[in-house]
Design a protein around this ligand. Sequence first.
Ligand SMILES: [Mg+2]
Length: 396
Amino acid sequence: MKITDLKCAVIGENPVVRIVTDEGIDGYGQAENTKPYLKPMVLFYKKYLLGEDPTNVERVMLKIRRMGSFKPWGSAVSAIEMALWDIAGKAAGLPVYKLLGGKVRDKVRIYNGGVRFPMTSFTPDDYADNMRKMKAAKEGFTIIKQAIGFHTPMPERVPNFFYGDVRQGPPHPTRGLLTEQGLKHVIECVIAMKSVLGDEIGLALDCGPGWSVPDSIRLAKALEPYHIMWLEDLVTGDYTPYVMADVLREITRQTSTPIHTGEQMYLRHSFRELIEKHAVNIIGPDPADVGGIAEMKWIAEYADLHGILMAPHGIFDGVIGLAAHVHCAAAMPDNYIAFEYPVARPSWWYDIVQGLPDPIVTDSMITVWDTPGLGVTFNVDAAVKYLPVGDEDFFE
Ligand SMILES: [Mg+2]
């Protein structure tokens, strides 16, 4: 089998990759809906793929993997990797999880990062109201993640929140030392959320990046009685193109509250120091940024050897990204907790694909499907009307 074409179209907000072969089998991959600008980066790799056998996924990846980087520049490589696995599975007549070593679990747990309700004031009452809505969501979430601190507008909305300057620009650029009032405000908001969730539903907190080491330790220790699932991205995260494992380790080893990071990171090599130094308790690579499905599986295995847990990032990954998560989560070792459930935007995405369970999530779990490849394919007749001008031939 040979690759004859690599296409990319932004459908809705998600860049979608389609790899075409000479045997009539094609494969799809998807990048985050926050990256509508990605198409030229995907097409950059076309010349390296043409003529290659897509079922030798690793040999193809060796040609392009070196030309990616931390978020957002690893996404194109990651989406291509998903499409290669989709083809390899379809060619073998097997679901992708079988090619990753087979199922460890029949159902995979997800956590809520994508079902959101608007917040107004970022006060304890606002947080409590918001948690009531998420708790009542039809997905029956058993773990809910909420943003606090520098991952929210708190620095500009909460009076006397911190000692630095509020910075505008790309996601979450503000950093600094919190005031005593600022830290108390954050802790009161967490306690308000816990008063709604009780000990029945796990609460994870997306915190930054931007926290100082002393504030991180103060926050983590203050929250120890509340059994928080994890504190995510205190120091680095999102679009931070570095890791700072030593700094994270300083926080992690001083608290029993689990520390989490990794959504912006690219490749197993970047996770090596974080894992080997036991710098965090939980890592959260995103298959649409880290280099793909097999890359994440490799990292999960290496993390498990070091006693580190997995809670992959995925909020913006769309429905093909969801399929990538499901197959990888099915095959991960027992350090797997849950992945962040992507909600497709716009919602017509659910009308243009087939292969997803209905409902997709029941009691916070997704039943792993057995169709070949990623198992999510386009209903071309329904999808074609959403193709942008210039990409009308995407499915041809
Ligand atoms: Mg995050």
